[in-house]
Design a protein around this ligand. Structure first.
Ligand SMILES: C[S@@+](CC[C@H](N)C(=O)[O-])C[C@H]1O[C@@H](n2cnc3c(N)ncnc32)[C@H](O)[C@@H]1O
Length: 268
C-alpha cells in the first residue's frame, strides 16, 4: 500500500497560478470550463471574454502558458475538453474546443502528443439526429470528449533501474487498455452538487489513469481548474502530492476543509 500524498488548495486564478513555483510540478491533469457551453457562459463574461469563441480560448491560453511555467522539463499536461454545439445567426454548427486548445497549448510552448478519446455513456444517444431517419440533414451525436496530451520539451530522463520508477509501474493489461486511444470503459461522474447545481466533474478513474501513466509516486500533480477536487484526491490516494487552484471561493473553501481533515478520496 502506497502512503497517501498531501493535498494543497489555493483559491486563485489558473491564468496566474498563485503559489505555484516555476518547474515545481511533474504533471497537470485538468478540465477547464468549456467555451460555448451555456453552463460556462457567465464565467467567461467574468473572465473578460464575453461570448466570443476566440476570446474565451485566449483566456484559457493564459492558463496553458502558466502551466508551461509550472511544469518541469518533460512534464505532461493532460486536458479533458469537449466540443460544443450552438445555433448562431449562421445556424447550427460545431465549436471545436479540442482543436483550439491543441493549437493554443502548442503556441504556449507545449509539444502535442497523441491524444485520448473518452467515449461517454449517453442517456439520449440520438439527441442531435434532428430529422430522424431521413437523409441528409441529421447530425452525428457528440458522445466523445478529448483528453489532449502535451509535453514540455523532450522525454524525462531517469537513472537506470530507478526504484521509484519501478514501484510506480503498471501491468501489461493496464498498459494495453490505458495507452489505446479510445477509452470507452469509464462511467460518468456524479454531477449533483450540495447546492442542487451541476459540478462538471469527471469520473475519478479518469485522473487516476492519467496520474499512473504520467507521474511517479512522490511527485506533484497540479489541477489549475480544481472544481470538486477529483484530480487532487485521485493523485493523493496514489501517493502523489496534489495542488489545486480554484477561482470559486465557496468551492475552494470546501476543498480546503476536506484537505485539512485529511479525508480519503470519495467512493466512485
Ligand atoms: C470543468 S470544472 C472542473 C471539474 C473538475 N475536473 C472536477 O472533477 O470536479 C472547471 C472549474 O474551473 C473553475 N474555474 C473557472 N475559471 C477559473 C480560473 N480562471 N481559475 C481557476 N479556476 C477556474 C470553475 O469554478 C470550475 O470549478
Amino acid at each position: 500500500m502506497v502512503s497517501p500524498g498531501w493535498v494543497r488548495v489555493i483559491e486563485g486564478d489558473a491564468r496566474t497560478l498563485p503559489g505555484v513555483g516555476p518547474e515545481s510540478v511533474q504533471l497537470v491533469v485538468t478540465s477547464p470550463p468549456y467555451p460555448m457551453i451555456p453552463q460556462w457562459d457567465p464565467l467567461f463574461v467574468e473572465l473578460g471574454a464575453g461570448g466570443d469563441f476566440a476570446a474565451m480560448h485566449a483566456e484559457l491560453e493564459r492558463a496553458w502558458r502558466a502551466c508551461f511555467r509550472a511544469l518541469c522539463e518533460g512534464g505532461i499536461l493532460a486536458v479533458n475538453i469537449g466540443d460544443a454545439l450552438r445555433t448562431g445567426p449562421e445556424g447550427f454548427r460545431l465549436w471545436p474546443n479540442h482543436a483550439e486548445v491543441l493549437l493554443r497549448a502548442e503556441a504556449a510552448g507545449f509539444r502535442p502528443l497523441p491524444y485520448l478519446l473518452w467515449k461517454k455513456p449517453m442517456n439520449r444517444p440520438n439527441a442531435y439526429l434532428g430529422s430522424g431517419f431521413l437523409p441528409p440533414n441529421a447530425y452525428v451525436t457528440l458522445d466523445c470528449e478529448f483528453i489532449l496530451l502535451f509535453r514540455k520539451g523532450g522525454p524525462r530522463r531517469f537513472p537506470p533501474k530507478d526504484p521509484r520508477r519501478r514501484s510506480s509501474g503498471y501491468s501489461r493489461s493496464e498498459r494495453d487498455r490505458w495507452f489505446s486511444q479510445l477509452w470507452g470503459d469509464l462511467r460518468a461522474a456524479r454531477q449533483a452538487t450540495p447546492e442542487g447545481g451541476r459540478s462538471a466533474a469527471f469520473p475519478p478513474e479518469l485522473p487516476r489513469r492519467l496520474v499512473r501513466m504520467f507521474s511517479l509516486e512522490g511527485e506533484t500533480v497540479l489541477d489549475p481548474f480544481a472544481g470538486t477536487g477529483t484530480t487532487l484526491w485521485a493523485a493523493a490516494e496514489l501517493g502523489r502530492n496534489a495542488i489545486g487552484i480554484e477561482r470559486d471561493s465557496a468551492l475552494a473553501a470546501r476543498l480546503r476543509r476536506r484537505a485539512e481533515r485529511g479525508e480519503p478520496a470519495p467512493a466512485d
